[in-house]
Structures are given as C-alpha cells and as structure tokens.
Design a protein around this ligand. Sequence first.
Ligand code: PEP
Ligand code: MN
Length: 355
Amino acid sequence: MLVHLRHGLASAELDPLLALCKELGYSARFLDEGRRLLELSGCGDRTHRTRLEDHPDVVEVMDVGDSHELHVRSEEHEDTVVHVGAGAFGGGHVSIAAGPCSVEDYDRLLRLARGIQECGISILRGGAYKPRTSPYSFQGLGVVGLEMLAAVREETGIAVVTEVLDPRDVERVAEVADWVQIGTRSATNFPLLAEVGRAGKPVLLKRGFGATVREFQLSAEYVLNTGNDQVVLCERGVRGFDSTTRNLLDVGAVAYLAAATHLPIIVDPSHAAGRADLVLPLARAGLAAGADGLIVEVHDDPTNARSDGEQAISLGQLRELTLESKEIVMLDGRVLDIEFGPSATHTSNVKEPIQ
Ligand code: PEP
Ligand code: MN
C-alpha cells in the first residue's frame, strides 16, 4: 500500500502512525526525504485502507496494494454473473428489465408484462413502494402493489424487480422480488444495504444521485460484506447543473466500473433522461460504454401514469430499443438475453454456471 501523509509531520506525530502500521502487520519505509510517501508491505486486509484513510495525518491512500475490497476486479476473480429469472447480467451476458415506474393496477401491469415478454424481455420492473420527493405525491400501492407483482409473476412467469425503502419491509419484498432494488435515495442507507444483502436475493444497487464513484463502490461493499455477491450496479445519472435532462448520465463511470469491478453494471436511461425522446440514445450510449444491461420505464398511457409518465417509452419503442441493443452488444461479442418469449418458464435465482 502507498500512503500519502500530511506535510511537515514531526517525529512525535509520525511515531504513533508508524506504530499503527506495525500493529496492522505492515513493515513501513519512506520513499522520499520529506517523509510524505510511506510504502507499506505486508498483510493486505481490506479493512486497512479505510482505517488509514480515517487517520488525521493521512492525505490519501494512493495505491491499495493487496488490501482489495470485495467489489474490486482482480486476476483471480472472474466476472460475477447475476441471474434474474431467465435473464443474466455480466460475464458477456446482457439483459433488459422494463416496466412502469409504479405498480398502478393489476390489468395494466399484466398487459405491460405480456407486451414486455413479446419484446423478448424476461424481467418486469415496477415500484410498489415509491420514494417520492414530496410526501404528498403518490407513494405507491405498498403491500397491494406487491401482491399484484406476485400475481403477474405467477400468471406470466416473468421475473420481478422492485424497490424496497424500509429495512422493515425487506423480508416481505424479497418474498415477491426475484431482484431487490435499492434506489438512488437509499444508496447511503447503510442498515438497509446490509438488510437487503442478508435477504439473499440478487440486488440492484442504484448510484446515489450525489455519490462519487468511490462512494457508489462503498455502498456495494456494504451489501457484499454480508456475504451476498449477487449485486448489479446501476448508473442512473447524477445531479448536474442543467435541467435539459433530469440527471447527467455518467457514461465515464460506466466504462470505469466495467473495468474496475467484477460486478455487472447496468444503465437506467429513463431516470437519467427524464424524457422519453432521449431514452433510446442514452441506452445506446450506456451499452456502448460497456454496460451489462438496461432498466427502462415503459407505459401504455404515459399521460395518466401515477409517476414518471414523461420519461416512459411505449412498447413499440421498447421493441426498437431491444433490437438495437442486440446489435450494439454483438459488436463486442456479447449476447443480449432476449430469446425468451411469452412461454418462458419461471426459473429460480440459484446461481447457474455460464452456458
Ligand atoms: C425508480 O426506479 O423508479 C426510481 C425511483 O429510480 P431512482 O432511485 O434511480 O430515482
Ligand atoms: Mn421512476
């Protein structure tokens, strides 16, 4: 590990820091005369990076050496492939989840699920618990919405991804969901991250709208640290200075994370764009940057949608997006898992070997 220290530290200040390094099991040597660059050789426990970063005399840890965190790509660690129903993300597999922002009524949800399956997509999104900016906006149907998702899942065999907001609801949501979503507003709700991790279902972790890439990685670490490695990261745009789009899709972060972590990363072009006309170009950009999939909002009557109608695309546009996505990922030898039609049978979340 390479540690950058504060300027002008006296021996009396350095001694306790060097003692800490020794206690952690490292041998230390300075690389410069000014004693600001400290090289540590030794054990490589993943808790040590933040232990040193928290030290008042440390400016930054410049090279983590062997003290890898759990999300970090390494030579020994193959790509993590996360299976959700008939879809898979990572390791060359690309999938799409689509559906309404909110679960609104059973008939619409069933209709949309069938339309989505006709596009070859096998994962339905839909929020039963909605994190709305205003407490006076539609908050989702809650338990009733979960029951609708369960019924549509049963009826069609489609897999379900839905958000959980409250640690007290995790068990209930995980009973219905094939994939449990943690939304942008909850990305630093650390007790929730851990509770969802412990539920043992695949996790969809969205980037906080104000989170740095490093903070996003550490949110993932909270889930991984529970022993659950079935985590899919999702870039959904961060808050920018321009309201032309709802958020600023950080394709640089997608490209970076595709290289820096073994976890799959997908893009949500709907919440990034905030407008239906830009969903397709942002989806293209995400896949071209290396995303392992997409999550897209779809509606058959966007004007009357209970939430996010302005960014919902139609089923016709979804079909176009799906076909284009297949072409884009083929360019770098990846496969879009869209061969499953309405007759797709329901599969469990058991981690399967790559075919
Ligand atoms: C959603 O998926 O409907 C949602 C609220 O997303 P985000 O957390 O990215 O805003
Ligand atoms: Mn939404």
